[in-house]
Design a protein around this ligand. Structure first.
Ligand SMILES: *[C@@H]1O[C@H](CO)[C@@H](O)[C@H](O)[C@H]1NC(C)=O
Length: 401
């Protein structure tokens, strides 16, 4: 074989592989425009991660006997949502013998259970409603240590309610933005009506995709008349909205999916137009702040993000924080103005990161950028515990007195 042949076949080979690559990429982009594929790509609900464990046996996830009550909540459109009520540890200890004596497993009437009564009948009980991220179930990964961190500040009083959205785990149906918001509202209504916990004793907590549900819930209740405002909303590793997320998203933090397309704005915007569930948290969070300012309603919002989060870059939190702040200022504020403001007002905690608090007559909007914690590990960290306590204390100083 002569050198020319060699070079010729090299180019032929290179051409074929480039063509294959471009073809595969085009096929991927094409696939991304279908709603079924999109819904799997956004919600990852088919990835359960806990295949070899039984959610009805929470002890398999490290809980004490009957510390968790598995039960179901029905949505107005007749989906059955799978939920866990997690008892805080000190409260459990006080009632250990009675709790152990109760039947185990999924319960059809949760009101018959001691654990539920300990929540409903204690006027000082607090509840964190937990909105988990994409993929998995209530029992997956860092969610279990997350529940402990949420109640660690007052382990005799802070209960956790967590659930699987439709299409996740044992909850039937197909996920969609509309459906997930309906599920989230159903769970919050259950907490207020069936468990009888007023909004002032509830913190809304979301991580990753769950932050979009949390923002939608906070926004929905603030828009009612009269408005319902929770003790606080805590967002961990949030994103601005889905179109912004997909344009920055990289598989495992390295292989960009859509960012190569971003160099061709017309084609890129065309593709973004196909996104069904946009989850515009930026707009909702701005409206949330705006409504509360207009209604003169006290509100508190905390955004937490780790700098080493490779799934969702922490810049998303800076932008979301800005949208919230912008909503709270009648004349608005530009991103750059806010960044300038940070030079003065941001607190530098060294290796622990930075904190920026924006206060108005009615609201406190707080941004915490921590140095480490990745996307999920942060959920079990003390910053989570203290954020929850800060919200409950602000709503009622007697809680920590
Ligand atoms: C910021 O707030 C102002 C005043 O409400 C508004 O006119 C502007 O559109 C907002 N900016 C963004 C990017 O939403």
């Amino acid at each position: 074989m002569g050198a020319d042949d060699l070079i010729g076949s090299f180019f032929k080979y290179a051409f074929v592989s480039i063509a294959t690559g471009v073809g595969l990429y085009a096929a991927l982009l094409g696939l991304l425009t279908t709603t079924t594929f999109q819904s799997h790509a956004v919600y990852l609900h088919a990835i359960q991660m806990t295949w070899f464990k039984d959610l009805d046996v929470p002890e398999q996830f490290g809980f004490l006997k009957n510390q968790v009550t598995p039960f179901s909540i029905k949505t107005p459109d007749n989906e059955l949502l799978y939920a866990w009520h997690v008892l805080p540890i000190e409260l459990y200890r006080k009632h250990e013998l009675a709790l152990i004596a109760e039947p185990t497993g999924h319960i059809s009437d949760i009101t018959s259970r001691l654990a539920f009564q300990l929540l409903r009948d204690d006027p000082d009980a607090r509840l964190v409603i937990h909105f988990h991220g994409a993929a998995g179930t209530v029992g997956s990964g860092y969610r279990v240590p997350n529940y402990r961190a949420l109640s660690a500040g007052h382990p005799g009083k802070i209960h956790v309610l967590t659930f699987d959205y439709r299409g996740f785990g044992r909850s039937k149906g197909q996920p969609s933005e509309e459906g997930l918001i309906a599920d989230s509202l159903t769970v919050v209504n259950w907490a207020m009506r069936v468990a009888g916990i007023p909004a002032s004793r509830i913190v809304i907590f979301g991580q990753s995709m769950g932050t979009a549900a949390s923002v939608a819930v906070s926004h929905h209740f603030a828009a009612q008349s009269p408005p319902t405002i929770f003790a606080g909303t805590v967002l961990v590793a949030p994103f601005v909205n889905v179109p912004t997320l997909v344009s920055t998203y990289s598989v495992a933090g390295t292989i960009p999916i859509l960012s190569p397309m971003a160099r061709f704005p017309a084609a890129f915007n065309y593709l973004l137009g196909y996104i069904r569930d946009k989850w515009l948290s930026n707009e909702r969070i701005a409206q949330y702040a705006r409504m509360n300012e207009v209604n003169e309603a006290k509100y508190r919002l905390t955004i937490i993000h780790a700098e080493d989060d490779w799934d969702i870059p922490f810049h998303h939190s800076e932008v979301l924080f800005w949208h919230a702040v912008n909503g709270s200022v009648p004349v608005g504020i530009t991103y750059d103005q806010l960044q300038e403001n940070k030079v003065e007002a941001q607190v530098d905690l060294g290796a622990a990161g930075t904190v920026m608090e924006w206060r108005t007559d009615y609201g406190v909007i707080r941004e915490e950028i921590i140095k480490t914690g990745l996307h999920d590990v942060v959920m079990g960290y003390p910053v989570i515990t203290i954020a929850v306590m800060r919200h409950f204390e602000a709503a009622d100083p007697a809680f920590t007195a």
